[in-house]
Design a protein around this ligand. Structure first.
Ligand code: NIG
Ligand code: FE
Length: 401
């Protein structure tokens, strides 16, 4: 592993709380990386001599940011749902499609039928595209298997993505995504399966457990049973919360001190206060509102409540086939009432926080050498030029990828 100095940085976003402003920007900066970790950050004129022999990467006066952390994706799936998308454009609702056995359930069918190799090939393609838009850490959920064998298969694929590609994968078990067709008339039996054999098989392959707790999916009581069992298996918790209606899922997440509550379209101020006290991070997914043509969650109100805010793509074949964090930052800035710097912070430091990762999302000594070099003078170009193409180079764990 060679050492690397990124120099001639016009504007460096550090997210360092010891520097000025939310983003801790350093002008005319340099970053020195030794091995996988950042060793030094500051104005280039102060770069210590000890780094003079390191390999150099000229940022060309452009902006440099922490690598994006995407803390909510359903990256592993098979099949194609563009027909469902077209149906929604003609007025069919997501809930109607799901109730008719389509939607998530059609992806379940395709994912069960796919070989592990096919799933890997498809997911690796998505992960490469994410990397090319600056994502250096990605959370990946299971949840399109809904049987022991396929949930395990999905998590093995997620693990292999992280092993074979220069991107860190944080795997999440989502056996409680929806009820599979074969258990629709016996919900308790499915929960027994999830909390029994499925968790036994999947917990060793995952860091988190997530539950879709909403009108069309699991009730608050069902979600609590599953999340408590997952905690017994050593998993940390996340919740798909109050997306379709206000069922009390965000309150449940806070009550269980979950790492995150995600979606939050129908969250109340009371729920937000509980989340703030519990340290549960709000993961907002504006690409879903965009793709579903739904109102956006009120990012301004959520940020001002004092909860930590993160942004994610929710990359999935149904509600948001979106891979780019810069696009998500643009949507959040343009449509959710977040300032561009808040959106950028949420896509880096906030997102890392939602995954419990203290070693990334910031460009500070000791953090991983995960950087994005933009082809633009400031981070403001991300929402200003929302159709992408702004990422000139990505450094992952100190290696240019
Ligand atoms: O996060 N809300 C539930 N799950 C996904 C959608 C999955 C799908 O439609 O395939 C989401 O939006
Ligand atoms: Fe999701």
């Amino acid at each position: 592993m060679s050492d690397l100095v990124v120099f001639n940085i016009g504007s460096l976003v550090t997210n360092d709380p010891d520097r000025d402003g939310l983003l801790g920007i350093v002008e005319k900066a340099a970053v020195a990386i030794v091995g996988e970790a950042i060793a030094w950050v500051g104005p280039e004129e102060n770069l210590p001599d000890e780094f003079s022999d390191s390999r150099g990467l000229d940022a060309g006066g452009a902006a440099v940011l922490p690598g994006f952390v995407d803390p909510h994706t359903h990256l592993v799936f098979a099949g194609d749902r563009s027909d469902e998308f077209a149906g929604r454009l003609r007025g069919r609702s997501y809930e109607e499609i799901l109730a008719a056995g389509g939607g998530i359930l059609s992806t379940v069918e395709a994912t069960r039928a796919a070989s592990e190799e096919e799933l890997f090939e498809e997911a690796a393609g998505r992960a490469w595209r994410m990397l090319s838009t600056g994502t250096t850490t990605v959370e990946v959920k299971s949840g399109y298997g809904l049987d022991v064998e396929t949930e395990e298969k999905m998590l093995r694929v997620a693990g292999r993505i992280g092993e074979f590609l220069p991107i860190d994968v944080i795997p999440t078990f989502l056996g409680a995504h929806v009820f599979p067709v074969e258990y629709r008339s016996d919900r308790d039996a499915y929960i027994d399966l999830v909390t029994g054999p499925m968790l036994d098989a999947c917990a060793p392959l995952a860091t988190f457990c997530d539950v879709f707790c909403d009108d069309a999916a699991f009730t608050v009581d069902e979600a609590r049973r599953i999340l408590e069992a997952a905690r017994q298996h050593g998993l940390a918790l996340r919740v798909h919360a109050d997306q379709l209606g206000r069922v009390g899922a965000a309150a449940l997440a806070a009550d269980l001190h979950a790492a995150s509550a995600d979606h939050l379209d129908h969250v109340t101020d009371h729920d937000l206060e509980a989340m703030r006290r519990a340290g549960t991070v709000a993961v907002l997914l504006p690409a879903v509102s965009f793709s579903m043509r739904l109102p956006y969650p009120d990012g301004r109100r959520i940020w001002d409540s004092g909860v930590t805010v993160a942004l994610a793509t929710d990359c999935n074949p149904g509600t948001a086939y979106v891979e780019s964090m810069p696009f998500v930052i643009a949507l959040a800035s343009l449509n959710m009432g977040l300032e561009p710097e808040e959106a950028l912070w949420a896509a880096t430091a906030g997102a890392a926080g939602s995954l419990g990762l203290a070693d990334r999302g910031r460009i500070v000594p000791g953090a991983l050498g995960d950087l994005v070099i933009l082809d633009a003078p400031t981070y403001l170009h991300i929402p200003y030029r929302p159709d992408g193409g702004l990422v000139a180079a990505v450094v992952k764990r100190g290696t240019i990828v």
